[in-house]
Design a protein around this ligand. Sequence first.
Ligand SMILES: Cc1ncc(COP(=O)(O)O)c(C=O)c1O
Length: 367
Amino acid sequence: MHISTRDQIPHNKPTIGDEEIEAVVATLSSQELTMGAKVKGFEDAFSRYAGVSSVATSSGTSALHLALIALGISKDDEVIIPSYTCIAVALPIIYQQAKPILSDITDDYNISVEDVESGITEKTRAVVVPHMFGCPADIYEIKDLCDRKGIYLVEDCAQSTGALYDGQKVGMFGDVSIFSFYATKMMTSIQGGAVCTSNPDWLQTIKDLRYHDQCRSLMDDDPRIKYSYMMSDIGAVVGAVQLKKLDRFIDRRRKIASIYREEIGGEVIHPPEDARKKHVYSRYLIRTSFDPSKVIERLQSYGITAVMMHLPPLHNRILLKEFNKDAKFPKTDEVINSAISLPIYPSLTDEEAIYVAERLNSTMEEL
Ligand SMILES: Cc1ncc(COP(=O)(O)O)c(C=O)c1O
């Protein structure tokens, strides 16, 4: 296959069709742009899809912030998160002046249950479990641990909307779960997110705090600190169209993953497969013994953008160092130094996926 400079294969790209564009134009024409019926319509549709009630937000980060507030996480509380994930998982904990305590990961890039257990202290209030790269974490084991220790389980489904664990959607296991609909996620509302919970009090708190002017009556002088974390109607209509396409997007990502698994040769570690887990491949990470930056540079010369994910790891970040001074994260370090994320998105064609695999194979022979 000949790829000219016009045909660069990006690492990721949203899949936007005419229906999304028409929905945006119709909403703009309606002049109803914020917190209107469209947001409620999206929330209803997403709650049906997720199997649990949802509140739409401006982002996954704001969703996690509101979730932690609803759970009562505050100053000096400890919240356990993995060392290999997006910084957005740590930030809302810091907003609350609580402490993000890091755990190492396992071979499927998800948080290690044993490490979570050894990190629990009398100050631990919650564990935030991101289902990384589309692969569900060992959620039964983590849930069981949280129940035994009396701490909250927050599922972070930002990278895994639609993934299944034991046939059940991620987001249905935690006390609270959050989602992201950022442009490059499984589905998009441009920017946006959602908090899901079956606890009516927490749902109400999240709805009350999401908007600074949210009040129950005109004279209501609610003393709580409120935010500006709303989803716009424009975002909501895009999200509603994308939600209808989500299962097709997932099928397509899984097809591309199967091409990579089949076509990439050599000593490559592919994402682990587990019969209990339906992986939705928001990212396709491989590991090799080659220097990732050299592989990435070579792929770039072939018109393919691959990247290293979540650098630097959280335990090396200035913002988090003080909370995790002497801890070691050997698995995170191993993964950080070897993992390469290949292009994967619904509009990547089979032909392009085969081209990526072929170029990766030849790169590994050349290096
Ligand atoms: C695991 C995880 N959690 C939370 C977020 C935050 O989502 P958003 O970018 O919508 O704020 C991200 C974003 O990339 C993420 O990967």
